[in-house]
Write a protein that binds this ligand. Structure first.
Ligand code: IDP
Length: 148
């Protein structure tokens, strides 16, 4: 089953949005298979956001993502990578639709509440960066028969 890496950023944790965000993905019908509250070390932040190394906002981005605890998660379900991105909304909250997480809770691009993998390749890379294999839990839920 497809998996994605989602993370409530420090602004989302500080604004008490962990529960709200978990609730949205649970209600949608996806399954949580791993989660932890953690403080990201600078080296991990730089690796996670490596594709943005040359961007002018890279320093600011690393500083922000390490500025407080994040809630890192792995979610599983059919088409979860693409659908989670739709549920998050556009990167810049000025463009994210109401009803999406960023559209409902964020105002500026630098503090946009949530991260989610944008492809199968980045999902596998990011899950590997943040979680050990034994931290992911495979389990069956009867309700899945009413979802899939
Ligand atoms: P994504 O998070 O929607 O995948 P990316 O383009 O991968 O978006 O950018 C990563 C993160 O970098 C964004 O979520 C946002 O927090 C931050 N970011 C993007 N553009 C800017 C900017 O112009 N200024 C500050 N931060 C930015």
């Amino acid at each position: 089953m497809e998996k994605t890496f989602l993370m409530v950023k420090p602004d989302g944790v500080q604004r008490n949005l962990i529960g709200e965000i978990v609730n949205r993905f649970e209600k949608k019908g996806y399954q949580l298979v791993g989660a932890k509250l953690m403080q990201i070390p600078t080296e991990l932040a730089e690796e996670h956001y490596g594709e943005h190394k040359e961007r002018p906002f890279f320093g600011e981005l690393v500083e922000f993502i390490t500025s407080g605890p994040v809630f890192a998660m792995v979610w599983e379900g059919e088409n979860v990578i693409t659908t989670a991105r739709l549920m998050m909304g556009a990167t810049n909250p000025k463009e994210s639709a109401p009803g999406t997480i960023r559209g409902d809770f964020a105002v500026t691009v630098g503090k946009n509440i949530i991260h989610g993998s944008d492809s199968l390749e980045s999902a596998e890379r990011e899950i590997g960066l943040f979680f050990k294999q034994e931290e992911l839990v495979a389990y069956a839920k009867d309700a899945n028969n009413w979802i899939n």
